[in-house]
Design a protein around this ligand. Structure first.
Ligand code: NAD
Length: 344
């Protein structure tokens, strides 16, 4: 099995080479992202392996199909960058539904603590032997209310972490897991109540038509003054311009973003020698109460190993057994994992 691997970073190679060898898979590592201009690099391969900012739209899918490519192996959980509906009947699309919910949930809490305890400011000060505490006053998390939107694998771990801090959790999910609701410290509520009552709001739902700009100008208006917004899920869940206005008007107390609406041409790359063209991102980053990391939440040794292991297993299952339980398909108008191999 020969797989064209797009958007390769140095940290991808070791784990994919090791797990690929075990399963008889050879990877050709391309640094470029997959898109309409680069798709022909996949000529002669059995499949492509892609990540969050590769483009797998209808044009790319049609070209892959023409070239006889059979599979798209996503090495991530989210699949908003793939036109799964268009791929149906042409390409088999697999994903890694879970690799380490702890990695993402722990990074979310790391961002929150860094932000509200001003660790990013203190770190820079003390490196300059400036041991003044002025301007570093934070607030306790204990007793605060956190609104968690999306209580799947990552959201649940984040809820657990927040409970450990003595926080009250208001949860919202399109498909609530009632076992999580204890009627006291963790309660499912309407989105409206969550927005109005939360001191901190954390996003852990996928990016879909329903959730696009789930945080926008109107929502920010409803929120408590000083609300902290955490987004480690997908950039377009938050209207970045509305967030910036919220920060400028002091309505939003702080924002921690591991993802950004227009991240695809910027994140994961060293842009330090370039003029930043994106004024909204530049202005957000310039704010003392905004923290931005570059889609880093998944990046732990455990997650990288699990991603490579499951991706190689997915590829091997498809070519050896003709089916893969992490294949994406349409059931009842929702994209779901296909547990029975009856996607086409
Ligand atoms: P999951 O599928 O286990 O959970 C997602 C939850 O969102 C589910 O409970 C689902 O019912 C809920 N949901 C779906 N539509 C919704 C809606 N309209 N409103 C509210 N809730 C809705 O997924 P997960 O593994 O917990 O991952 C969550 C998201 O985290 C992924 O979609 C991905 O975008 C993001 N992610 C980010 C990173 C990173 O490195 N920053 C890494 C992995 C995943």
């Amino acid at each position: 099995m020969k797989i064209a691997f797009f958007d390769t970073k140095p940290y991808d190679k070791a784990s994919f080479e090791a797990h690929g060898k075990e399963k008889g898979i050879t990877f050709k590592f391309f640094e470029t992202k997959l898109n309409e201009d680069t798709v022909d690099l996949a000529q002669g391969y059995d499949g492509v392996c892609v990540f969050v900012n590769d483009t797998v739209n209808s044009e790319v899918i049609d070209r892959l199909y023409e070239m006889g490519i059979k599979i798209v192996a996503l090495r991530c959980a989210g699949f908003n960058n793939v036109d799964v509906k268009h791929a149906l009947g042409k390409l088999h699309v697999f994903r890694v539904p879970a690799y380490s919910p702890y990695a993402v949930a722990e990074h979310t809490m790391a961002l929150l603590l860094t932000s509200i305890r001003r660790i990013h400011k203190a770190y820079i000060r003390s490196r300059d032997f400036n041991f003044s505490l002025s301007g570093l006053t934070g607030f306790d998390l204990h007793g605060k209310t956190v609104g968690v939107i999306g209580t799947g694998k990552i959201g649940k771990v984040f809820v657990d972490i927040c409970r450990g801090f003595g926080m009250k959790v208001l949860a919202y999910d399109k498909f609530p897991d009632k076992r999580l609701d204890n009627g006291d410290t963790v309660r499912y509520v309407s989105l409206d109540e969550l927005f109005k009552e939360s001191d901190i709001i954390s996003l852990h739902c996928p990016l879909t038509e329903d959730t696009y700009h789930i945080i926008d100008e109107n929502v920010i208006e409803k929120c408590k003054r000083g609300v902290v917004i955490l987004n480690t899920s997908r950039g377009a869940l938050v209207d970045a311009e509305a967030l910036l206005q919220g920060i400028k008007s002091r309505k939003v107390g702080a924002a921690c973003l591991d993802v950004y609406e227009e991240e695809s041409d910027l994140f994961f790359e060293d842009n330090s020698g370039h003029i930043m063209e994106d004024d909204t991102l530049a202005r957000l980053i310039s704010m003392p109460n905004v923290l931005v990391t570059s889609h880093q939440a998944f990046l732990t040794e455990e997650a990288l190993n699990n991603i490579a292991e499951t991706t190689c297993q997915n590829i091997s299952d498809f070519f050896e057994k003709g089916k893969c339980e992490n294949e994406l398909c349409f059931r009842k108008n929702e994209v779901q994992d296909c547990k029975d191999g009856k996607c086409f």
